[in-house]
Design a protein around this ligand. Structure first.
Ligand SMILES: Nc1ncnc2c1ncn2[C@@H]1O[C@H](COP(=O)(O)OP(=O)(O)OP(=O)(O)O)[C@@H](O)[C@H]1O
Ligand SMILES: Cc1ncc(CO)c(N)n1
Length: 272
């Protein structure tokens, strides 16, 4: 048996490389996990925004999933953009039969404001997918939709993480603080305790795909056998460095630097 650890992402694409499947595979590679991907939607987007979305037929998503699971069983799976209820139901049926870690990044709206999840899917992700999850990683607007109250500070984020675990049925939830002000504080609740992951907030517009990268690193670390708390701590350090060592590319909200953590001892590589 091979000792190689593998992770699968089930998500939409970003041809400009900063978010979605592309960001996930880069993150898996940096964390030395063999990366695999099932495409749900092909998205025409870049650092300026989304221009169009092409949803793949559900039967074709199912075929891709069968291709992976019948050959290389991943050690951990993450889902990102899943646009429709039908897609979610097919993915849930397949993941129910697996006993691997499952990380949900409940992608709803891109940073540019474009809807990546159809409205009725919000109920399905809550009722059908979240109960299967090891970790759910909503940003503040996504957590607000999942728990149905407003989040303006870390106390609210704590309450939301607890609801996602105790009422919606995930094993753990991290509510990310990217959309709040002050230090960037992410709150993890894992049924037993709260854990807080803090970093300075970098003053930058280049945060395209931060959520995808963060959840992909959690998935990679779970695939390697790390605990949820350890995996989130590594992901927080990884994304902090990826934001700090900005690449400064793209005409809009640029991507993060997936090899930023390797540059820790070097000066900022960034553009503007
Ligand atoms: N300006 C910043 N400085 C430092 N850390 C940040 C900053 N913005 C976001 N983060 C961190 O990045 C991670 C992702 O959080 P964020 O809330 O931005 O995700 P997101 O909105 O889902 O991202 P996206 O939709 O672009 O994929 C979290 O760990 C958060 O604390
Ligand atoms: C495909 C995809 N997934 C997630 C996001 C959120 O960053 C995005 N912009 N595109």
């Amino acid at each position: 048996m091979s000792k190689v650890r593998s992770a699968l992402t089930i998500a939409g694409t970003d041809p400009s490389g900063g978010a979605g499947i592309q960001a996930d595979l880069k993150s898996f590679q940096e964390r030395e996990v063999y990366g695999m991907s099932v495409v749900t939607s092909v998205v025409a987007q870049n650092t300026l925004g989304v221009t169009d979305i092409h949803n793949l037929p559900v039967s074709f998503i199912e075929k891709q999933l069968q291709s992976v699971f019948s050959d290389i069983e991943p050690n951990a799976v993450k889902t990102g953009m899943i646009a429709t209820v039908d897609m979610m139901e097919v993915i849930a049926e397949i993941l129910k039969k697996q006993s691997v870690h499952y990380v949900i990044d409940p992608v709803m709206v891109a940073k540019s404001g474009h809807n990546l999840m159809e409205e009725p899917s919000r109920k399905t992700i809550r009722d059908v997918l979240i109960p299967l999850a090891s970790v759910v990683t909503p940003n503040v607007p996504e957590a607000e939709i999942l728990v149905d109250f407003t989040i303006t500070n870390t106390e609210d984020a704590k309450r939301a993480a607890k609801v996602i675990v105790e009422e919606l049925g995930a094993k753990a939830a991290v509510v990310k603080g990217g959309h709040l002000t002050g230090e960037a504080i992410d709150v993890l609740y894992d049924k037993q305790d709260y854990h807080f992951f803090k970093s300075e907030r970098t003053n930058t517009k280049h945060t395209h795909g931060t959520g995808c990268t963060f959840s992909a690193v959690i998935t990679a670390e779970l695939a390697k056998g790390k605990s949820i708390v350890e995996a989130v701590a590594i992901a927080k350090q990884f994304i902090t460095d990826a934001i700090h060592y900005t690449l400064g590319i793209g005409k809009g909200n640029g991507p993060t630097n997936h090899w930023g953590y390797r540059l820790k001892s070097l000066p900022n590589q960034g553009g503007e």
